[in-house]
Design a protein around this ligand. Structure first.
Ligand code: NAD
Length: 347
């Protein structure tokens, strides 16, 4: 076993029903007194309740998906104007992403309170969109210092978003298994994350207001994102990145639709990953287990349903090709990418 694994430094708290006290303690640990709370207008009420015990200098609700640069700059100006010393996003990956954009240029610490299964809180990956082109990078400054998971904040997540966001979480685990820095430690995290998600996601759709089941999804989400942060972006994320950034397809649903197609391509060339995922899904193969999960979750089937058009497939394949990781187990060329996208288009 020759490998070097780096673990990202972060405090993580599971505190169902107690986000307010957990946030207060985490902010106190940082010695911060003037928080910038970031939430969408929909999440502002929840954010106020969660941050009631800390000094809030400003609540900023200018959240947009994929963090357009002008949205990031507006948030940075608000942070400077209010002389804040900590950023507290309460919401999905878009709120966390905006907090990361502020941290990227200011170095301010982030205490994240996630309310979806996007998993951004566990990574040091930032993303910004300029003139329709999304750029991502890694920087330790954007890794939240602390994450507070309170499953009670996720009880109202609609069924469709629960399913697609949950599969977005699962995609982190699956893609980590053949990503550039895959190693035995992040593979173990990915396997356990996949196991938790595969068991809890169907259960959460049956009992959407069961805090304990929602908490199992958050547990799987965290493990999967930690594996992804450590292993890096694999082929699946490179594909979804282009589809989201260039064609404006919805983030979570795109991950849900593309994942079985990347798995079908790679699993025959990655027997260890196939075996680990099959075990996690309690199935004969990774592909069969994921197909079964898809059926039970009732997620969109094809990219066409999400807005991709047939004539955009060739353009997408060309845009994806330069970023295909050399670590990918199956050989990939333009033809392979086009075939994968056409299969995903139809679903
Ligand atoms: P999102 O944050 O845009 O949320 C989707 C919708 O759900 C929004 O309308 C939001 O208001 C609503 N919502 C959030 N929490 C809710 C709740 N508990 N109940 C009801 N409604 C709720 O979407 P997302 O899928 O969470 O995040 C997507 C964004 O995150 C993308 O921009 C993506 O690129 C980014 N992301 C980044 C990373 C990373 O590592 N940097 C990882 C994953 C996702």
């Amino acid at each position: 076993m020759g490998f070097t694994h780096e673990t990202l430094p972060q405090r993580v708290r599971f505190a169902a029903g107690e986000a307010d006290s957990a946030v207060r303690e985490e902010v106190e640990l940082l010695g911060a007194r003037r928080a910038m709370v970031i939430a969408s207008p929909r999440g502002a009420g929840v954010a106020r309740a969660v941050t009631a015990g800390i000094g809030v200098a400003v609540l900023h609700d200018g959240v947009r998906e994929h963090v357009p640069i002008e949205v990031a700059e507006a948030a940075r100006a608000v942070a400077a104007e209010h002389d804040v010393d900590v950023v507290v996003p309460v919401g999905g990956g878009s709120a966390t992403g905006l907090a990361k954009a502020v941290a990227l240029t200011t170095g301010l610490p982030v205490v994240a309170v996630p309310t979806t299964y996007a998993g951004s809180e566990a990574t040091d990956v930032w993303g910004l969109t300029t003139d329709g082109t999304k750029t991502t990078g890694t920087d330790r400054r954007v890794l939240p210092r602390a994450v507070v998971y309170d499953a009670s904040l996720t009880l109202d997540l609609p069924a469709a978003l629960t399913a697609t966001s949950g599969l977005n979480a699962l995609a982190h685990a699956v893609d980590a298994l053949w990503a550039p820095r895959a190693d035995p430690i992040n593979a173990a995290l990915a396997g356990e994350g996949a196991r938790a998600l595969a068991a809890a996601l169907p259960a959460v759709l049956d009992a959407p207001r069961d805090v304990a089941v929602r908490e199992r999804v958050l547990y799987g989400t965290y493990l999967a994102s930690t594996a992804f942060a450590s292993a890096g972006s694999g082929l699946h994320h490179k594909i979804c990145h282009v589809l989201g950034g260039r064609f404006d397809l919805p983030h979570a649903a795109t991950h849900a639709v593309v994942l079985p197609h990347v798995l079908a391509l790679n699993a025959p060339h990655a027997p260890d990953a196939d075996r680990r995922l099959a075990e996690a899904f309690g199935s004969t193969s990774a592909a069969a287990g994921l197909a079964d999960l898809h059926d039970r979750l009732d997620v969109p089937r094809g990219l066409a349903e999400l807005g991709l058009r047939d004539e955009q497939v060739a353009e997408a394949a060309e845009a994806i090709l330069p970023s295909v990781p050399p670590s990918n187990p199956a050989p990939v060329d333009l033809e392979v990418l086009e075939a994968l996208l056409r299969a995903a288009l139809r679903g």
